[in-house]
Design a protein around this ligand. Structure first.
Ligand SMILES: Nc1ncnc2c1ncn2[C@@H]1O[C@H](COP(=O)(O)OP(=O)(O)O)[C@@H](O)[C@H]1O
Ligand SMILES: [Mg+2]
Length: 376
């Protein structure tokens, strides 16, 4: 992984503190699509496991409730503690509280499928109000982890899809356990709208969490990301080819990988030359247009497509909402609902008040290619 040493090192420090229950702080990796959040999250998870932390990997929350995501992982994590050294009192209690909580969330959320085969602890974490119950559950879990000299860390990707109410409960729960120095925390990843969403859910969230920003690779790291895998096969790149690819991809890891693949396919011999890089740009864009960009486009309503098309007319962005409205031939206010639904779908975000930008790099170019006319 090119260019992420400092982030990995910071995360390792955070993991050590979580494990020690020393002001444990949760992290949320923030960045655009294709910047490398998921691979970084996986790397941090491996580092957590190496430290003897119980890493709990959750599926992406796009269509499922937070309780449905949490329940199986928390149950599995408790079971792992049990098989190591029998059942301590704290662990027994954690199982009972988890059982109570699952009993309650089963009623309020239709998609919770896991069950726990112990007696519940009535009155704990079972009020049915998630913001009341999740802190009680996390406290019991954190106490069980501390008792075993380990920690629970939940890894949640695509965190922007968690509903605001459930996010509020998660923040409250992590706040409670952090105040009590219990070794339980979260490492999440999400699109930039996650920061505002966290702040709206709980105003103190911005102090409670760290939000490491994951950006595109700088020039040296981008060169490494391209040249190192090729060098392993004894293939080199011309400087002109590297410059062209870095220019076209803007240093986004996912795009570097795709351009590298196509440049490799285009080249007859080492070194990969400018002509190969230019062929890669044509072929990579054609492939992305048919897949990566397309799947996102297909989820949009006609009105949302027109909004993004107007945005694209202005270039990569960010753009003032008023300028987008003008391109669209509408009043800014009347576009509020479509803008909100595009943020909710993870297509755009607001980097600063009144500004709007794409969450998918290079999406402006795709919109123009796929909808040649602004009036479509
Ligand atoms: N630092 C990096 N160096 C090289 N390749 C990377 C790096 N980060 C990500 N990648 C590659 O880019 C692609 C996109 O990464 P991913 O983690 O899925 O992005 P995101 O989750 O932010 O959308 C992956 O295939 C990954 O292998
Ligand atoms: Mg991802």
């Amino acid at each position: 992984m090119a260019g992420r040493d400092a982030l990995i090192e910071d995360a390792a420090v955070a993991l050590d503190r979580i494990k020690a229950g020393r002001h444990p702080q949760s992290l949320i990796l923030v960045g655009l699509r294709g910047v490398g959040k998921t691979v970084l999250l996986d790397r941090i998870r491996t580092d957590a496991e190496t430290r003897g932390i119980q890493a709990i990997r959750l599926e992406t929350p796009e269509d499922r409730s937070l309780p449905a995501l949490l329940a199986p992982g928390l149950r599995a994590a408790l079971l792992r503690l049990r098989t190591r050294a029998g059942l301590s009192d704290k662990l027994k209690r954690a199982f009972a509280v988890l059982r109570s909580w699952i009993g309650a969330v089963r009623i309020s959320y239709g998609d919770v499928e896991v069950s726990v085969d112990v007696d519940p602890e009535p009155g704990s974490a079972d009020s049915g109000d998630i913001e009341h119950d999740l802190p009680e559950l996390f406290t019991a879990l954190g106490e069980a982890a501390a008792d075993r000299d380990t920690a629970f860390v939940m890894f949640i990707d695509e965190l922007q899809y968690v509903s605001e109410k459930e996010f509020a409960a998660l923040i409250t729960a992590l706040h409670r356990t952090s105040q009590r120095s219990l070794p339980i925390a979260m490492v999440g990843a999400g699109l930039p709208q996650i920061i505002g969403k966290a702040g709206r859910a709980k105003s103190y969230a911005e102090r409670l969490f760290k939000f490491p920003q994951i950006g595109p690779l700088d020039k040296d790291d981008a060169i490494n990301a391209l040249a190192r895998p090729a060098a392993r096969e004894d293939v080199a790149y011309d400087n002109a080819a590297l410059d062209a690819i870095i220019d076209a991809t803007k240093g986004y890891p996912y795009f570097l990988q795709e351009w590298g693949k196509h440049a490799w396919a285009a080249a007859d011999a080492s070194p990969i030359a400018l002509g190969d890089a230019e062929a890669a740009t044509v072929n990579a864009l054609a492939e992305l247009d048919a897949s990566f960009f397309r799947v996102r486009f297909d989820r949009l309503t006609p009105e949302e497509k027109r909004y993004l098309r107007a945005m694209a007319e202005l270039g990569d962005g960010p753009h003032r909402s008023g300028d987008i409205a003008e391109k669209r031939g509408r009043k800014t206010q009347s576009l509020g609902p479509v803008r909100s639904s595009l943020i909710e779908k993870g297509m755009i975000y607001s980097p600063a008040h009144g500004d709007t930008a794409f969450t998918v790099p290079l999406f402006a170019g795709f919109m123009k290619r796929t909808m040649p006319s602004l009036q479509q």
